[in-house]
Ligand binder design. Structure first.
Ligand code: ZN
Ligand code: ZN
Ligand code: ZN
Length: 162
């Protein structure tokens, strides 16, 4: 498959990509995109989680990736972002199920009591040492904003039923 290599992080993106889904660098420079917060400034990047265009002042660089001020505290694990954390695995599993039902690619960490294990390398002594850590639900960076909305909609649906 043909791909467009990002100049910044060297990851392959789809040929017609406007921005790199891995680091947020704008790839299609032929179209001028303005910062979502400064309509008089050109955007250099987009937030890898919500895809808002950002000028250099608004871009928060975390490792090789760019985040907006709203998402700067979201913890990233390789190409995934932690969307939900709970010490209650049942609760976290419910969120996992809701996201999976809606077609999201979901990865979980520290789901020990229901025999799920993921640390990027499977069940190892490292992942066993994570047993006391809170359960975490992760989605790919580029699915984060939609997944957030999906959880919100599911929660408001729950409230209507009560
Ligand atoms: Zn990139
Ligand atoms: Zn964002
Ligand atoms: Zn800006």
């Amino acid at each position: 498959m043909e791909s467009l290599r990002c100049q910044q992080c060297e990851e392959p993106n789809a040929v017609d990509s406007e921005y790199c889904i891995y680091c947020g660098t704008i790839l299609n420079k032929s179209q001028l995109i303005l910062c979502a917060f400064h309509p008089d400034r050109l955007a250099q990047c987009v937030c890898v989680l919500c895809q808002q265009p950002l000028c250099e002042t608004c871009s928060i660089h975390v490792d090789k990736r760019v985040l907006c001020t709203f998402h700067q505290d979201v913890e990233l694990v390789e190409d995934f972002a932690i969307i939900y954390t709970s010490s209650d695995v049942t609760e976290a599993d419910l969120i996992r199920a809701v996201l999976e039902e809606n077609g999201f690619q979901v990865v979980v960490q520290n789901f020990d009591s229901i025999a799920y294990m993921w640390d990027g390398g499977g069940d190892s002594s490292v992942s066993r040492s994570n047993l006391s850590k809170p359960a975490r639900v992760l989605v790919p960076l580029w699915e984060y904003a939609d997944a957030e909305q999906c959880i919100e909609e599911w929660r408001s649906g729950q409230q209507v039923q009560e």
